[in-house]
Write a protein that binds this ligand. Structure first.
Ligand code: HGY
Ligand code: MN
Ligand code: MN
Length: 416
């Protein structure tokens, strides 16, 4: 396939302006974003994305999980489309670029093709996957998981947030519960541009990460039960404090992850304490353990050790223990040809680059199961993400989007 002309570039200023415009929707309290999935803010961001897509002549479809597909026709309507995208939903204290760079980078590919009057043989579809973050409704990558056939749609619809609101109801409420059945979209390839969300690229002085693999993930939701009682008048010998189970399991998670360095990470990010009153001993604590590794046997060993030791800790404290897997995927290896297209694009553009394993999960990790898939990453300042201070430079955004452009357009085949 003819590679796109050396001199073809996206418009970095236009991309940056769109990132800053989208960042105004669902502002956080410290300069980032709180545009959680299926909130009114998410709906507003979706409508802005749709408006921008339609202004570029794209037809926008929405499937039954709310995922948005904005299609640019190719010269061959029967040719399998090349998909490009990521997610617009954010963490509650999220940054302006996590996910958003990949969706608006895909839109910038279209804008560039339109301004240059370039046609491609294959259609190109820019995608906004619903609920990548999994923070309001677990698990992460929910819609792409349903699309890939690994998560049941009815189970997804029944997922509840902390207030007991159901995913399916919230999707309908914001007006993005489409009619299109999920998953019936054969793809020639899927490409995702994403910030690294870690320190490697910046520390190595590289502009581009060529993502060859991703970490696998296990989200183990635990419920530890004790007995609510007065923090003042209950003698220590009578107490059954669920908080002690949480404390010791938090340390256990850290110990297990440290045992498998450098190929593992583990933490507990979600914690609900009941009744969460200053003068009541916690009767119940619900929390989610997040284990990750790019080596499947390591990931499985971590989960197995946790499940062997945590119940014993609770038993020793006179506490009950229950657990449920609320999210999981095995370490993905991305498609060799797509990874090569990204690496060669970085070479062609003269950008410093390195192969990298993605520490975070992404929709590409599921789509990799149903289509040739690869990711391109740009650095982020101090490797910080899932923090309102998340930052990238306009140059990093531009270079990442240029590599994305070249990989997508080469795969979609320019028609002279
Ligand atoms: O959890 C993840 O890795 C992603 O940011 N949702
Ligand atoms: Mn993301
Ligand atoms: Mn994220």
């Amino acid at each position: 396939m003819a590679a796109p002309g050396e001199n073809l570039r996206i418009d970095g200023h236009r991309l940056w302006d769109s990132l800053m415009e989208m960042a105004k929707i669902g502002p956080g309290i410290a300069g980032g974003n709180n545009r959680q999935t299926l909130t009114d803010e998410d709906a507003e961001g979706r409508r802005l994305f749709q408006k921008w897509c339609e202004a570029e002549g794209l037809t926008v479809a929405v499937d039954q999980m709310g995922t948005m597909f904005a299609r640019r026709e190719g010269t061959d309507p029967d040719a399998l489309p090349v998909y490009v995208g990521s997610h617009l939903d954010t963490q509650p204290t999220g940054g302006k670029y996590d996910g958003v760079l990949g969706v608006l980078g895909g839109l910038e590919v279209i804008r560039t093709l339109n301004r240059l009057g370039i046609k491609t043989r294959h259609p190109i579809v820019v995608t906004n996957w619903t609920n990548e973050e999994g923070t309001r409704f677990a698990p992460a990558m929910l819609a792409s998981g349903v699309f890939a056939g690994v998560i049941d749609q009815d189970w997804a619809y029944a997922r509840e947030d902390a207030k007991g609101l159901r995913f399916g109801d919230e999707l309908a409420r914001i007006g993005f519960k489409g009619d299109e059945p999920v998953g019936n979209r054969p793809m020639k390839a899927f490409f995702e541009l994403h910030i690294e969300q870690g320190p490697i690229l910046e520390e190595e002085g590289k502009d581009i990460g060529v993502v060859t693999h991703g970490q696998g993930l296990r989200w183990i939701q635990c419920t530890v039960t004790g007995k609510e009682s007065h923090t003042g008048s209950t003698p220590m010998r009578m107490r059954r404090n669920a908080g002690r189970g949480l404390a010791q399991i938090t340390e256990l998670v850290h110990e297990i992850a440290m045992k498998h360095q450098p190929n593992a990470v583990g933490a507990i990010g979600h914690i609900d304490v009941y009744p969460n009153s200053r003068n009541i001993i916690p009767g119940r604590v619900v929390f989610t353990i997040d284990f990750r590794s790019h080596i499947l046997p390591t990931l499985e060993a971590m989960a197995a050790e946790l499940m062997e030791r945590a119940p014993k800790i609770c038993e020793g404290l006179g506490l009950g223990f229950e657990s449920e897997i609320v999210g999981q995927f095995d370490p993905p290896a991305f498609d060799g040809a797509c990874v090569k297209a990204i690496r060669e694009a970085a070479e062609r553009l003269g950008y410093s680059h390195m192969d990298i394993v993605s520490g975070a999960g992404h929709d590409a990790c599921w789509i990799n199961r149903v289509a040739p898939t690869a990711m391109v990453m740009c650095p982020c300042v101090d490797g910080l993400s899932h923090n309102e201070a998340e930052e990238i430079t306009p140059e990093w955004a531009e270079k990442g989007a240029n590599v994305l452009f070249h990989a997508v357009v080469e795969t979609a085949e320019i028609v002279e």
